[in-house]
Design a protein around this ligand. Structure first.
Ligand SMILES: Cc1cc2nc3c(=O)[nH]c(=O)nc-3n(C[C@H](O)[C@H](O)[C@H](O)COP(=O)(O)OP(=O)(O)OC[C@H]3O[C@@H](n4cnc5c(N)ncnc54)[C@H](O)[C@@H]3O)c2cc1C
Length: 477
């Protein structure tokens, strides 16, 4: 039986697309510099058993599998492999349980953040991980260790996934972790799989930690004369104990772009606009309206003393519009023809030094580089306009090297994917890379899970196992 027939036998003909039936959406993610690849087939399993059967069949045939959630990734990590099969989790999108006693939700990977949020609201609960794209799936969030604007208060996906069920590259199913915060019972396989970008296992279920849902929010906007002044203001703001839920910076050009794109006017007087080079946006939340008002006043006073040109407490609607516009910063850059984006993370106190390096490299390569970012946790998101691919490569390389030199990492949020695999292999410690490849080989001995992602295609063969060169194990005999 051909491989497509095997897939049909596992999931039914309605859930396998081949040839012209393959949707364009399934050939790429949202990476700006990505190149769509048409896979051999797209399969939509409906259960863990079906996922395991697909993986077992692919292992025997040596067919690469690319897991796919909602395709909102920004690093080409769910770009298919030519001759490979996309495993789309869109049918596995159920909430299996909202456990209000243990404050957890158990979900299938294809569920989106927006769907989860709508289901949690009536229970006055929240899953607080907030990457800017709410159509992203929980499976994609787990695989990329998604972060976002609320990380300064709540942390990222890694801090909220208590357990997973996953299918290894052998087709074996594991269940790790559970409805508890901590265990010390051997290696933590849940944490190993989080952030592995579909290269170690296919996640079929996740147990998520929930929090009480704060009722009241307020947004503060503070123009600053320099980004350096913003960065220096963040440690005292975090140290104030008020505990903001978002601490974002937006540079002058990005602010103009995202507010114009969203059609909002924040009412900032021209004399302030003329001298503001960057903006700090802070969101506070609380279960108590009076307490929130007091906190906002205290924080506004503190920010004014930290070098802000002014501080505005935005009316609710304007605050929500600004956050929504900030979420859409990526789409504004894309609409304006950005050639690439960079998501280097540095220790938050090093943001000014990193941005100095960015300005210097942008000028040296005649590139336009602008951005915004999660000032509270050092994540800098830069949009890059540089049409020459070679010059752009050099620029990106230099920006990543600068971030590393400051104690950062080349991707803080979007992952390595296929787009940054070459950079990782070039810039990462070879001892660590070799260990990663050995871990990959243990989870995925046939090398069928998302080849080309994280490790560059040429370098990944070796110990990680090559596609089409299956090693016979007990599970496959
Ligand atoms: C406008 C915008 C803003 C964004 N802002 C942020 C941000 O602030 N922070 C942030 O971290 N990210 C951000 N992102 C990136 C993206 O939304 C996240 O990376 C998200 O987690 C991807 O989810 P997805 O379902 O779209 O995954 P996909 O793009 O479909 O896949 C992403 C990765 O997950 C793997 N994968 C998917 N499902 C599974 C599964 N079930 N098992 C194993 N592997 C799987 C894929 O193979 C791939 O490696 C943003 C994206 C956009 C478009």
């Amino acid at each position: 039986m051909g491989f497509e027939d095997q897939l049909t036998a596992i999931v039914g003909a309605a859930h396998v697309d081949v040839a012209d039936a393959i949707r364009d959406d399934d050939t790429h993610d949202e990476a700006l510099d990505g190149h769509p690849v048409r896979p051999r087939a797209v399969v939509r399993p409906g259960s863990t058993d079906e996922v395991a059967a697909i993986v077992r069949a692919a292992g025997v045939e040596g067919v690469p599998l690319t897991p796919r959630g909602s395709g909102t990734g920004l690093s080409g990590a769910c770009t298919p492999v030519a001759g490979g099969v996309v495993v789309s989790f869109e049918r596995m999108n159920r909430i299996l349980e909202i456990d209000t006693a243990n404050h957890v939700a158990v979900v299938e990977p294809g569920l989106t953040l927006a769907e989860l949020d709508a289901a949690l609201a009536p229970h006055h609960l929240i899953y607080p991980v907030f990457p800017g794209e709410q159509s992203a799936s929980l499976g994609g969030n787990v695989a990329t260790n998604a972060g976002g604007m609320r990380a300064v208060k709540y942390g990222v996906t890694r801090h909220h996934v208590l357990g997973i069920e996953a299918v290894l590259g052998t087709g074996e199913v594991i269940s790790a972790g559970g409805k508890f915060v901590k265990s010390t019972s051997g290696y933590d396989l849940t944490q190993m799989v989080i952030g592995s970008e579909g290269t170690l296992a296919l996640v079929t279920r996740a147990t998520l930690r929930l929090h009480p849902r704060p009722e009241f929010h307020t947004t503060l906007l503070a123009p600053f004369p320099t980004i350096g002044a913003i960065a220096s203001s963040v440690p005292p703001i975090v140290a104030s104990g008020i505990g903001p839920v978002m601490v974002e910076y937006i540079d002058l050009v990005s602010m103009a772009g995202i507010t114009a794109n969203a059609g909002i006017d924040l009412g900032i007087p021209d004399d302030i606009k003329d001298v503001a080079l960057a903006y700090l946006v802070i969101v506070l939340e609380s279960h108590d309206a009076t307490r929130l008002e007091e906190d906002a006043e205290a924080l506004a006073e503190q920010i004014a003393g930290l070098g802000a040109l002014d501080v505005y407490v935005l009316p609710d609607q304007a605050g929500a519009q600004l956050i929504s516009a900030r979420e859409r910063a990526f789409w504004a850059s894309k609409a304006n023809g950005a050639d690439d984006i960079v998501d280097v993370v540095v220790p938050r106190a090093s943001i000014p030094a990193f941005l100095d390096a960015v300005s210097e490299r942008a000028a040296a390569t005649s590139s336009l580089v602008i951005g915004c970012g999660h000032a509270g946790d050092g994540n800098v998101h830069l949009s890059v306009w540089q049409p020459d691919a070679d010059v752009r490569h050099t620029l990106l390389h230099d920006l990543m090297t600068s971030g590393l030199a400051l104690g950062g990492a080349i991707s803080g949020e979007h992952g390595i994917g296929t787009q940054k695999a070459g950079f990782l292999v070039e810039l990462e410690d070879p001892v660590k890379l070799d260990l990663m490849r050995r871990i990959k080989a243990a989870f995925d001995p046939y090398g069928i899970l998302n080849p080309g992602t994280i490790f560059d295609p040429a370098g990944s063969a070796g110990t990680a196992g090559s596609v089409g060169d299956p090693v016979t194990t007990a599970a496959h005999r």
